[in-house]
Design a protein around this ligand. Structure first.
Ligand SMILES: [Zn+2]
Ligand SMILES: [Zn+2]
Length: 353
């Protein structure tokens, strides 16, 4: 069989720079500026961004909070959604005009044990959008065609953006939790991730308990399918959930080690705690004795695969999920970050470039 390598398309050469939000130094405001358009390499595509969500990870990236740090200057954003406008050499997976999502897993090797066993998210060679490679906070973004996911027609790009990280991450966390019908599932943190976790746990058949510090978010949780809600500033979630019989699974989405410890305490015997959020403070205290005697499982869950994201989009296209988001212009990125850090955002901010 003859294999032909497609040639790069004749791209629109009418612009040589585009606007993007750039981190030049940790802990400093992002700079919205013109950045040079780059020549596409093998397997890359240029995407005209329509929508790009703001995740806590972007703030951790901009602050260099985690043990593995990005190298400034870089462009954050791993919830970019837009239309393919240029194909680099060798690209066959997508066509010009396709709407695609550019998730955290921007590139993986495709051949290691993790990649070939459906755990590409654990690939040691991976590159991450908005972290080790430039992300979606711009008018355009460069992505690897193998690792973008097509967005089905009929999904609003401003919905697709939060689904690209917050959606797939919580969808995968519910899969890792192993939620089955009638399980009690405690969801700690009802923000951008939590509001979707509640819906996926309910779709899996779980009875959801939402825990947060703000009544407004708990009200939203009830609207989205939570059967019980607990305001942890007014009531001890451990005692309240143990009074219900204990959680079969708890999903830790709040960026606070204390919430992780509380989530652990809510489990019934044989229960499972899934770590998802990544607080800047990296340590929790979990008792060994109770973990052993109670047969507790603790699992980490990092984003999701392309298959998981396709399933997330299918559910949304079928009308099974609702995305709570507000659209803001990218030029107001620093104000949006301040609002998110201060807890003034109900669920997700999505930037229009
Ligand atoms: Zn994220
Ligand atoms: Zn790999």
């Amino acid at each position: 069989m003859a294999v032909t390598t497609p040639k790069p398309t004749t791209a629109d050469q009418s612009f040589s720079t585009y606007r993007a939000a750039v981190v030049h130094e940790f802990h400093k405001p992002l700079s919205v500026e013109q950045v040079p358009r780059k020549q596409l390499e093998q397997g890359q595509i240029l995407v005209k961004v329509e929508a790009s969500g703001l995740c806590h990870t972007d703030i951790h990236a901009a602050n260099g909070d985690w043990p593995v740090k990005p190298s400034p200057p870089f462009i954050p954003g791993h919830e970019g959604v837009g239309k393919v406008v240029e194909l680099g050499p060798g690209v066959t997976e997508v066509a010009l005009g396709d709407r695609v999502a550019m998730p955290w897993l921007g590139y993986a090797c495709g051949t290691c044990d993790h990649c070939i066993s459906g755990w590409e998210t654990l690939c040691l060679e991976q590159q991450n959008m908005g972290y080790s490679i430039d992300g979606g906070f711009g008018e355009y973004a460069v992505a690897y065609a193998h690792y973008v996911v097509k967005v089905p027609d009929g999904i609003d790009p401003f919905d697709a953006a939060p689904l690209t990280c917050a959606g797939v991450t919580t969808y995968k966390a519910v899969k890792v939790a192993g939620t089955r019908s009638s399980d009690l599932v405690a969801v700690f943190g009802v923000g951008g991730l939590g509001h979707l976790a509640i819906q996926y746990a309910a779709i899996a058949g779980g009875r959801v308990i939402a825990v947060d510090l703000l009544d407004e978010k708990l009200e939203l949780a009830r609207e989205l399918g939570a059967e019980f809600t607990i305001n942890a500033t007014k009531e001890d979630p451990v005692a309240a959930i143990q009074a219900l019989g204990g959680a079969d699974q708890a999903i830790a989405l709040a960026v606070s080690p204390k919430a992780f410890e509380q989530a652990y305490g809510t489990l019934r015997r044989g229960g499972k705690l899934v770590f998802v959020a990544l607080p800047a403070d990296n340590n929790v205290t979990i008792p060994i004795f109770e973990t052993v005697l109670n047969g507790i499982t603790i699992a980490g869950s990092i984003v999701g695969t392309r298959t998981d994201l396709r399933e997330v989009f299918e559910l949304h296209a079928a009308g099974k999920t609702k995305v709570i988001r507000e659209v803001r212009p990218l030029v107001r990125v620093n104000e949006a970050i301040a609002d998110l850090e201060a807890g003034r955002v109900v669920a997700r901010i999505v930037f229009a470039p």
